[in-house]
Write a protein of this length. Structure first.
Length: 115
């Protein structure tokens, strides 16, 4: 049967393991509802990647941009702005970028065959 999304999430994003367990379950459930069958046998991996992405964005308090500024004294982290739609938004975390890469693997392109 394979690994469950929660097991994969724990393996790929150990830094999120300390997140509230009910929040992790909600993010997994939401990712389940948003992930189609195009991923075939890699669907649970895709679900875990999407959940890791949304949990990371949640930890940033909804800021979707990539980190572009870090200051240590009185801790300050700045995030860049991105178009909140499509692949650009996903690519603001390493988990979302991996999901985009995985999705591109799963989509077959149109081909012309001469008979």
């Amino acid at each position: 049967m394979g690994l469950k999304p929660i097991d994969i999430l724990d393996a790929i994003a150990p830094e999120l393991k300390d997140s509230d367990s009910s929040a992790r379950e909600i993010h997994i459930e939401l990712a389940e509802k948003q992930t189609g069958n195009v991923y075939r046998d890699k669907r649970n991996y895709a679900v875990a990647l999407l959940a890791a992405h949304t949990l990371t964005i949640s930890a940033r308090r909804g800021t979707a941009g990539g980190v572009n500024n870090v200051r240590e004294g009185q801790l300050s982290i700045g995030y860049g702005r991105v178009n909140p739609m499509g692949d650009q938004q996903l690519e603001t975390t390493s988990y979302g970028a991996e999901l985009v890469r995985l999705r591109k693997q799963m989509v077959m392109s149109a081909r012309t065959i001469k008979v």
